[in-house]
Design a protein around this ligand. Sequence first.
Ligand code: ADP
Ligand code: MG
Length: 452
Amino acid sequence: MHSALWQSVLGEIELTVSPANYLTWFTNTELLDLSESQATVGVSNVFAIKQFEVKFNDLIKTALEHNGAPVKTVLYRVKTTRKSVINRETTGSPTVDRVEELIAPPAKKSSKTPSSGLNPRYTFDNFIVGSSNDLAYTACQAVAAHPGVKYNPLFIYGGVGLGKTHLIQAVGNAIIARDPSARVIYISSETFVKEFLDHIRFKKAGFSDKYRNIDVLIVDDMQFIAGKEKTQEEFFHTFNALHQANKQIIIGSDKPPRSIPTLTERLRSRLEWGMAIDIQMPDFETRCAIVQTKASLSGVTLEQDTVEYLAKNIKTNIRELEGALNQLLAFAEMRGLVPDVSTAEGLIGNIRHSRPQHLTPKQIIDKTARHFQIESKEMCGIKRDKHIVVPRQIAMYLLRSELHLSFPKIASELGRKDHTTAIHSVEKIEKSIKLDFLIREQVAEIREKLYA
Ligand code: ADP
Ligand code: MG
């Protein structure tokens, strides 16, 4: 009923906030009610309410005032109609696709479009944006809007379970939703290697054509192509053919091009032509938003403290966060319990305890030292050479993150009296992990060795 006013308010807001923020928070809002002193805005989940109250309240009030509706207060409420989103999630295919199917018989359609390999579950709609992934998200959206024009190739990299596959598939799904005749192929580099080897071994025809006559090529887990020189060469030619024809190439990888070992120099330089962006572990707020949104997609509204409990305790990656949430919902349903904090505590506690208990401070120090090829003695000694200082700081960080040791204890494990060094070291590595890909990777590798 107030939609014209609200559209105009949104129009103003869109000019002031970042595109990622606008998409995340504002696209699904509605003006539910308006009186002389008060406006009620409908938002999509409980978590969003807090965001609006804290971050966007003034902005909204000002924009309302500019549009002739000055109010004293704005209330935020969760809209009750989540149905459309849920439908889209469960049926998988966007509406455009289905309309298209009604008009054209499916057989005809599939003869035009090669099988894309895309999972329709991965869309921009159900991807939560925060500061850890907003650059990647914005770039993917730009590519989806203008494939082959901007950022070609688009290279998205980052740790396991952080949403790379989701995002790069969302690009493909968005392109097909807009133009069902677009030829999009999503493939893992492993499959690419395998198909290429089959093509050579069994003289299977059509391999080169299959990948050179398409509009968008999405290759995931590029790191698997490391060391496969012949395949890299084939990929190099595919790349050139597509790039020259202004076709879009999108790549997902757990490492940036320069860190993939044994990537031939010319392929590496090709991959660095376009834009490389990394995705990081989302911050606490974004993790909360992810939990809340995923829960409501399953038709469950969680209390804020339960959401926060999950987000606080699962910091490894989003796949695990999602796993823990699903476990909680399934467990609660089976036992007829409410999926609240105490149920979550019981479960997450179990998940944590299933980690090996026998890890000792000495093992952390030894394995970190060995990883950097220095002696444990040196690590606990007094030398301040750079090649020792950083491993020492990482060891301190791991003593904290894995064993939750106190700072004085951490200091003494490394032969130090002053525990402020331990505090500084842990803080420094925490910060570096966010900013420096190489440090992040080193820490992840050592952590894997600890639990191997
Ligand atoms: P990666 O390819 O980086 O290992 P995935 O794309 O497979 O990670 O993501 C793991 C799971 O987490 C998927 O189910 C994905 O849908 C979900 N996920 C990751 N990031 C987000 C996000 N920002 N919003 C919603 N779901 C996400
Ligand atoms: Mg993946």
